[in-house]
Design a protein around this ligand. Sequence first.
Ligand code: DGY
Length: 319
Amino acid sequence: MKKRLLLTRRLPDEIHRRAARDYDAVLNPEDKLYSTEELVALSAKFDAFLICLTDKLPRSAIERLDPRLKVISTFSVGYEHVDALAARAHGIPVGNAPNGVTIATAEIAMLLMLGATRRAPEGERMIAAREWTGWTPMQLLGRRLDGKRLGIFGYGKIGQAVARRARAFDMEIHYHSRSRRPASEEQGAIYHPTLEGLLAHSDVLSINAPSSPETRHIIDARRLSLLPKGAVVINTARGDLVADGDLIDALKSGQVGYAGLDVFEGEPKHHPGYLELDNVFLLPHMGTSAIEARIEMGNEALDNIDACFAGRKLPHGVN
Ligand code: DGY
């Protein structure tokens, strides 16, 4: 008999077809959000959950999951929304989708970087507001990327994909991660053993580190003050790495010249202060919203579930 699988959100048709072929799958064509309590209750009716970052499974929920539920796989590389350690203690393997996100997220980082340094959002807003009166030599002057130092905080797959793209724009790549990467991954990038050291060398800062208790609000007033004046801050990782009030103050004072943000703490809510500013480029968490990425992410998430029921280790296990 086929295992029962719950897909908590609407996913691409390709993923629906594979899930329905291999499982007694319950899809969510209307894309309604399940609450944590609903998921706890549904665990008695399903063998597997394919969840998304919008589904919250903290320890208090994990501990109440029904023994019928054998595996949780998330359609995301980030898995801060599910307490993976508690799941391990509860005997439930958790997997993520670590590869499909890479290129699409790096592209959005480049989009934000270009948009911020060349002030594209202000230009777009000027036309939308019917305020453009014609070309002038000094209108919306931004800065080029070539020769600028790009500081990448978090040099995993996405950070490295950002570096590859930024090299084509003749940027000088610097990075900080917990440990130095082998030369094959560095590709000439300059390692800084501390985040503080990286910040002092970042004309553009790209945040690509995961969300964790250690990284929460790590980009705060003190660290922002270490950036060269007028630096650009790009965040395609998670909103909670940034202390919003501090970044808004830095954007107002000019310490930070521009911010390009795809993610927000507590999203879809976001700090209202951002909307008062001109020097921001804000996107609604679109890092992976490319169809190729979403199909690959869905396949990776399903691979975890297949492996669990085949008695194998999850290919993308996180606990
Ligand atoms: C992820 O995979 O964690 C992304 O944020 C989803 O867009």
